[in-house]
Design a protein around this ligand. Sequence first.
Ligand code: NAD
Length: 289
Amino acid sequence: MFGAVVVGIGTAGWVRIRDMLAPQPGSHAEQLSVRGFISRRSLDTQQGVSQISLEEALSREDIHAAFICTENVAHEDNVRRFLQAGKHVCVEYPMTINYKAAVELWDLALEKGLVLHEEHIEILTEEYKGLKREVEGKVLKEGTLHFTGGPLKPGFGFPAFSGIARLTWLVDLFGELSVTAATMEEDDSGKYIKMTAKLLTCANRPLTWIEERGPGLPRAKNINFQFDSCTLTQTPPAPVGAVGLFMQDLIHFSAKLVGQVSPEELQREKVRILHCLELAEKIQQLCQS
Ligand code: NAD
């Protein structure tokens, strides 16, 4: 068994506890046992699980893994502390809000022989899997992915990082990208933002990624992908999957813990994650220059 702690009791942290308490039967997730949670607040037991201190979690020998579910600005420090203490880490995306730190953390995990896993539930949805099947084999001419949503709470970082899930869709669909331009609009209240990034595929096809957030904006992903054969303006209708998204991610993380994910797949994931974080940083730099 792998003893685990959850750091940060927001939406994601709560779901992590729930899923570890009732793992998918017959899956590797049954190998995880939640031993406590860590919060900056002083909280009562959560779903029957007790709060413990960070120091206790770092030093206890029956704790082998940590789930980092805090707001994004606190990910880097938490991931580093747990890796340094010899614990495996599952961190909600984005791992960090700068590229260099992510590279350092990955080097640290490698040096210590630990699993470092970044959650990406957005590529586990049935909606995305259907889209990926649709796109496969088609030749892209140009495309746009326009995300809208409500304002984010403080601590979630620059939109290219907090919105890394959208960038991950584009990279997973169309391969490695480069950034050619990026701009950011913001209103005085800071509640409305619109980031526009111009990207190019390896075949020099243009892609535009827009991340727009503001009060009253519906949470939606609007796509317009033009191929030589057709245009896709909607993700194909998809049923809700039988296994929850965070549960699928939990199973994937536990498969890594028990050595059931091939080195090739681990490497592919790492390359994709670092590539997306590097693109996010370039977008941020262009927006701020
Ligand atoms: P959240 O706002 O619910 O929680 C974020 C942090 O705020 C946590 O550390 C939590 O302890 C703290 N917090 C929450 N409520 C609080 C309160 N009332 N007082 C003081 N602190 C409070 O955010 P979240 O949705 O759980 O996101 C956490 C991480 O998970 C982020 O990195 C996010 O990018 C990632 N993530 C979330 C989802 C999701 O569906 N929620 C999906 C994918 C990735």
